[in-house]
Design a protein around this ligand. Sequence first.
Ligand SMILES: Cc1cc2nc3c(=O)[nH]c(=O)nc-3n(C[C@H](O)[C@H](O)[C@H](O)COP(=O)(O)O)c2cc1C
Length: 193
Amino acid sequence: MNAVLDNILTRRSVRAFKEEQIPGEDLNAILTAGSYAPNGMGMQSWKFTAVQNAAVIKKVNEAIRRTLLTIPVVPETHPYVASLIEKAKDEHADFLYHAPTYIIVTNLKDSGNAMPDSALAIGNMMLAAHSLGIGSCWLNQLPGLTHMPLIRELLTDLDVPEDHIVYGSVVMGYAAGDTSPAEPRKNVIRIIR
Ligand SMILES: Cc1cc2nc3c(=O)[nH]c(=O)nc-3n(C[C@H](O)[C@H](O)[C@H](O)COP(=O)(O)O)c2cc1C
């Protein structure tokens, strides 16, 4: 099997990380891979904000935690969201898997291509990371809360343009422990000849 296909088939989400930071050179290569993803009309309207500063990662985590605490739990609340809100009651709750690197992908608020463009960029970054021996996991807490005031404040602090929202985010670092092999694939492929 060629190296690219092998890299795609062996990548798995990593949710436990060593403290060791990933080198700047690797981070640059990963972000560059993201920036080479296909994107609608070649607009490159995305921004990749990579955070490697532990104090800033803590600030992001705290903004997520405090925002979750503002959400009322009602009967319609999805059980997963309710569990996140419950978790947020613990002031030490960590929503970023204690990863040393966190990449936030933002893009224009009202653009039809923003979501697919951002997702493709993140896919490229995750595969690039895996090819360098770096683990990653998409995290949906920040994107889910992107319209909340505390998160907007945080994004402004991080120099994210005011007309951007978060479409995806990804934690990265060296995996602490092994990942299990991928689940067998579902029967989703159809070829019409
Ligand atoms: C859009 C999207 C949202 C995701 N959100 C989360 C998340 O919030 N937390 C998490 O731990 N994993 C999240 N994941 C990771 C998926 O759970 C994971 O990719 C899936 O179970 C398949 O496992 P694999 O990545 O190891 O192949 C997300 C993945 C995607 C693509």
